[in-house]
Write a protein that binds this ligand. Structure first.
Ligand SMILES: [Zn+2]
Ligand SMILES: [Zn+2]
Length: 208
């Protein structure tokens, strides 16, 4: 498996490029910006972009979405409950944060995934886990020994539940009953900050 992290966009979100070494098919998770760099990484590694995935639709995770979508024409997989945020700069926090207002077109390239769905990427299988609470449409994505946790779970911290789409009770429920029930050895790759494991967070996360 090919896996690389790019600190992308003005908010330096953890954007991940995931690839299947056997078939050279790749996915980009949370293109916050720096689309040239994302495209360069794909090219340098001879990877062919199959689709884009969004853990949720806050601005730091979607700042480069429109450009990447325009340049590649690949589908974008996300949870339907966050769709309105793509089109609404207030909802996706770009207005509040004071940077460029991000409002992304929605069209037939936007596809919806929900809890339990499996996406194929060459020989890789990506499992979608719906984890509402940071936003209503937040998802985590498990592939092999890794899980992309978006802004739901961080190393030694958890996502905010006071932003658009947030709900503290749902966030706690998602973390405890969707993530902490998984294998403790799973390596967790969050939307911000360093990697961790499900087991470490289950044992030591001070917010849960
Ligand atoms: Zn967020
Ligand atoms: Zn974020």
């Amino acid at each position: 498996m090919f896996l690389e992290r790019i600190p992308a966009g003005i908010y330096a979100v953890n954007c991940y490029v995931l690839g299947d070494k056997a078939t050279k098919k790749a996915a980009v998770i949370d293109p916050g910006g720096d689309v040239d760099r994302i495209m360069g990484l794909l090219k340098d590694n001879d990877l062919e972009l199959e689709y884009i995935l969004l853990t949720h639709a806050h601005v730091d995770h979607i700042g480069g979405l429109q450009e990447l979508k325009n340049r590649t024409g690949v589908p974008v997989y996300m949870h339907e409950a966050d769709l309105y945020m793509l089109m609404d700069g207030r909802a996706n926090q770009s207005v509040a944060l004071g940077g460029p207002v991000v409002e992304t077109e929605t069209d037939k390239l936007i596809k919806f995934v929900d809890d339990g769905d499996i996406l194929e990427l060459g020989e890789l299988r990506l499992s979608i886990i719906h984890t509402p609470g940071h936003t209503e449409g937040g998802i985590c994505i498990q592939v092999g020994d890794f899980i992309f946790t978006g802004d739901t779970l961080f190393s030694n911290s958890i996502g905010r539940s006071d932003l658009e789409g947030g709900n503290e009770e749902k966030l706690m429920d998602s973390i405890k009953n969707k993530l902490f029930v998984l294998d403790g050895d799973l390596k967790a790759l969050p939307g911000h900050g360093p990697a961790t494991t499900i087991g470490v967070e289950r044992d030591t996360n001070p917010y849960v």
